[in-house]
Design a protein around this ligand. Structure first.
Ligand code: GLN
Length: 484
């Protein structure tokens, strides 16, 4: 059962080979047992989960099950869920139990899925290693001395270690794709606006996008069918007809043009990662795709532009944590201003403070034009590069990350090195494009991710390419030894 796909689990539930209660218990036991050293979860609540599972079993018995009914799913602790701690891995929200559900949670609940728990992450989703959590670092199931990537590292580690069949995450600059790559699982960042941000704790609102983690592209499609959809409570949610994200899974790759940008294969890319990615591109070619050269001339500017825009938006979004309405409040203070000061000094960790300082600086009078406005212009150029590239290809392929998972502690004191992990992922967020990462090989025993970026709303096509690749390869089926 722990290796079963979502559709296999749904079939087992429908045939009464297992109940949702049994399935939920199986995963809860794995979280508490072999999974415990990974620190992948911030909260589990067996009673709550099992109550949902019992309800799902009732629905299955009544013949009213959908594709996800009774399936346990782990949620990144950035999605608020009624009655659940919703902390964003911050001391600031450590005592916060949400009175309402995020749109994504509502959708999963309506589908009859079971909330398995809330996963650990970098505080407020700021990071690339899941070490910056008030609850301690998450560990990579392939080597517990290494990071799982971030910021959705708990979700990626949980899916890789078979602690959950699937999970949710959010991707502001790579936080779904990068941990998916480093943990050897699949992750999709949808087109901006496809998944509602309502109840998804805000980091950088023009970049944040929720998406799924799973072990196969077919499972990602099943999750997207539930997660995506218009929500009037998110003003950037797109009102589009519902689509079936699985509709292109079986489409052959003949006639497909995959663009390889030379900019993604330059200095900084580890040779063994490059070799795995090149092997995957050859596999796509064998499946009938045509490989073409494309150019993204402003790719080198994406990290600098992102690290101006994301902190600017974060500094604004995080101003709401003032110790007044909810969340942490300093216990000792001398007047209102001192209360704000101490609350924020004690409630936020060092990376969050760094982002607030950078963001406030680039938005301040005299620097706004030099930094923020310049970054926005670069953002436009990057979007234009992609539009140009998609005139000559249907999807862009390359590495998800420049290296495999690094060691815990290796980059915590060097923010610039940490930021450079996002070198291949942030551009898709700046442009608002869909992108996914799937396992495509190993380097030194650690998983390597292949990134596919598509034009706006090309999720189904990307999932189809990934599915065809997964029919011909078995990288996505590999299991970390201690969790098999
Ligand atoms: N690693 C990037 C950052 O630290 C992206 C994080 C994310 O996508 N949430 O901002």
């Amino acid at each position: 059962m722990i290796d079963a796909s979502i559709s296999e689990l749904a079939a087992a539930l429908a045939a009464r080979r297992i109940s949702s209660v049994e399935l939920t218990r199986l995963f809860l036991d794995r979280i508490a047992g072999p999974g415990a050293p990974l620190n992948a979860f911030i909260a589990v609540d067996p009673e709550r989960s099992l109550a949902q599972a019992r309800a799902a079993d009732g629905r299955i018995a009544a013949g009213a099950a959908g594709p996800l009914t009774g399936i346990p799913i782990a949620h990144k602790d950035i999605f608020v869920a009624e009655g659940w701690p919703s902390t964003c891995a911050s001391r600031m929200l450590a005592n916060f139990v949400s009175p309402y559900d995020a749109h994504v949670i509502e959708r999963f609940n309506a589908a009859g899925a079971v909330i398995l728990g809330k996963t650990n992450m970098d505080e407020f989703a700021m990071g690339s290693s899941s070490e910056a959590s008030w609850y301690g670092a998450v560990r990579n199931p392939w080597d517990t001395g290494r990071v799982p990537g971030g910021s959705s590292g708990g979700s990626a580690a949980a899916v890789a270690a078979r602690l959950a069949p699937a999970a949710t995450g959010t991707d502001t600059g790579g936080s779904i794709r990068q941990p998916a790559a480093l943990c050897g699982v699949c992750g999709l960042k949808p087109t901006y606006g496809v998944v509602s941000r309502y109840g998804m704790i805000a980091f950088a609102s023009s970049l944040d996008q929720g998406g799924p983690f799973a072990r196969s592209a077919a499972d990602l499609a099943a999750l997207m069918n539930v997660m995506a959809g218009f929500d009037p409570r998110d003003s950037t949610s797109l009102e589009r007809p519902a689509e079936d994200y699985a509709r292109e899974l079986e489409r052959p790759l003949a006639g497909l043009r995959v663009g390889v940008p030379s900019e993604y294969f330059g200095a900084g890319l580890a040779a063994d990662v490059a070799a795995a990615v090149e092997g995957a591109i050859e596999a796509l070619e064998r499946l009938g795709a045509e490989v073409v050269d494309v150019h993204l001339p402003n790719a080198g500017l994406s990290v600098p532009a992102y690290y101006v825009i994301a902190p600017a938006e974060a500094s604004s979004n995080l101003s709401r944590y003032d110790g007044v309405r909810y969340g942490y409040r300093a216990t000792e203070y001398d007047g209102l201003i001192d209360m704000y000061r101490r609350t924020r000094a004690e409630g936020f960790g060092p990376e969050v403070k760094r982002r607030i300082l950078v963001g406030t600086y680039v938005l301040s009078h005299g620097y706004y034009d030099a930094y923020y406005l310049k970054a926005q212009k670069i953002r436009r150029l990057i979007a234009r590069d992609f539009a140009e590239a998609f005139k000559g290809c249907d999807a862009i392929v390359g590495p998800t990350t420049p290296s495999v998972a690094f060691r815990l502690g290796e980059k915590v004191d060097d923010p610039v090195q940490m930021y450079l992990n996002d070198i291949y992922t942030v551009a898709a967020n700046l442009a608002g494009l869909p992108a996914l990462s799937i396992p495509c090989g190993f380097a030194g025993g650690m998983p390597v991710g292949l990134q596919l970026v598509g034009d706006y709303f090309a999720e189904a096509r990307l999932l189809g390419i990934a599915h065809r690749f997964q029919q011909a390869t078995d990288w996505h089926r590999r299991t970390p030894q201690s969790f098999a």
